[in-house]
Design a protein around this ligand. Structure first.
Ligand code: ADP
Length: 319
């Protein structure tokens, strides 16, 4: 392999830059030319491709977002779109592609692989919802952003003796809600992977109140429902003063944590190694702190699961 490409796609996540940097530097270390594909699959189709040098990725390891920009591109879901993308790569003589993104981006990489173009997927999303890795790049940073917000909200919740419903990102995955709920000492955590009974939620609030608790924090993953609706339901059956905080896109930004930078560096570099070894069609990950790779054609067929022990613990600690 003489030339490889790298792109970021779908929702951005903190640490994508560190992954791009690792890909570029590791490739150059092995005397491989590396090309940045700008604006995800949209830029791939339109040929937004530029050669990157060692210095192109200087001063980005600590920055959120992605220097390659990202985009969503419906056209790339078509066969013609994918073939057009591959012809753009071939124009530059690029023989392999590292795709950094979430599950949609992986589906694109899977399609390119099916067309015979070697791709390696690197999991970059704050949702932590990619099978075959314990952690995705950006999850830890987003988690710490949520915790910072929860701690601050707790101060005002206590002063005003209020119940706060905090809505966090996660349409299909409850990891961010579960981890932040456990780390933030939430009374209740509502996630898409577990059923809940509103009567239990209310009973727990009442128990806390009877014990003299001054505030309550409920964390809701957006996939379960709107925080505003939950607040209304609680207000309707209790006397508690409730407030809602929808954290929104602040969860996507910010300087990546050391954990995410290290993870991104390791995964990005491993993706380059796989392409050098002629092993396209893989998705890299980390399991039990060991780098692993799985078949990108089948990885998305596996269900995303949450850590059941952690969920159970969160209910036990918030009796
Ligand atoms: P994420 O990668 O964060 O999950 P999206 O789901 O929006 O983000 O996917 C990013 C992009 O990946 C899409 O805009 C599209 O270009 C590409 N993509 C998603 N699904 C497919 C698919 N089934 N086939 C080909 N490309 C896809």
């Amino acid at each position: 392999m003489k030339k490889m490409g790298v792109l970021t796609s779908g929702g951005d996540s903190p640490g994508m830059n560190a992954a791009v940097r690792a890909v570029v530097r590791k490739a150059i270390y092995h005397n491989i030319e590396v090309y940045g594909v700008y604006q995800g699959y949209a830029g791939l189709m339109s040929g937004q491709i530029k050669k990157l040098e060692l210095g192109s990725v200087g001063d980005i390891i600590h920055r959120g977002g992605t220097m390659l920009y990202t985009a969503r591109c419906e056209e790339f879901k078509t066969n013609e779109g994918q073939i057009q993308g591959i012809s753009q790569l071939k124009k530059f003589g690029i023989e392999g592609l590292v795709v950094i993104g979430g599950d949609g981006s992986y589906r694109g990489a899977k399609k390119l692989t099916e067309h015979g173009f070697p791709c390696v997927g690197v999991p970059g999303t704050i949702d932590n919802d990619i099978p075959g890795t314990d952690f995705t790049i950006g999850f830890d940073t987003a988690l710490n952003t949520v915790i910072d917000a929860v701690d601050k909200i707790r101060d005002t919740a206590t002063s005003h003796e209020r119940t706060y419903i905090i809505e966090v990102m996660g349409r299909h995955a409850g990891d961010l809600a579960l981890w932040s709920g456990l780390a933030g000492g939430a009374e209740t955590i509502l996630i898409p992977e577990a059923d809940y009974d509103m009567n239990d939620v209310i009973a727990r609030l009442n128990r806390g109140h009877d014990r003299g608790k001054k505030h309550s924090i409920i964390i809701v993953a957006e996939g379960v429902g709107s925080g505003v609706d939950f607040a209304k339901k609680i207000k309707d059956v209790t006397q508690f003063e409730t407030r809602v905080s929808v954290l929104g896109h602040i969860q996507r930004g910010g300087s990546p944590t050391a954990f995410d930078r290290v993870l991104a560096s390791r995964l990005g570099a491993r993706a380059v190694e796989l392409l050098i070894e002629g092993k396209g069609g893989r998705a890299v990950g980390i399991e039990n702190n060991k780098l692993v790779d799985h078949d990108i054609l089948e990885i998305l067929d596996r269900p995303h699961t949450i850590e059941q022990d952690m969920y159970k613990l969160s209910t036990e600690l918030s009796i």
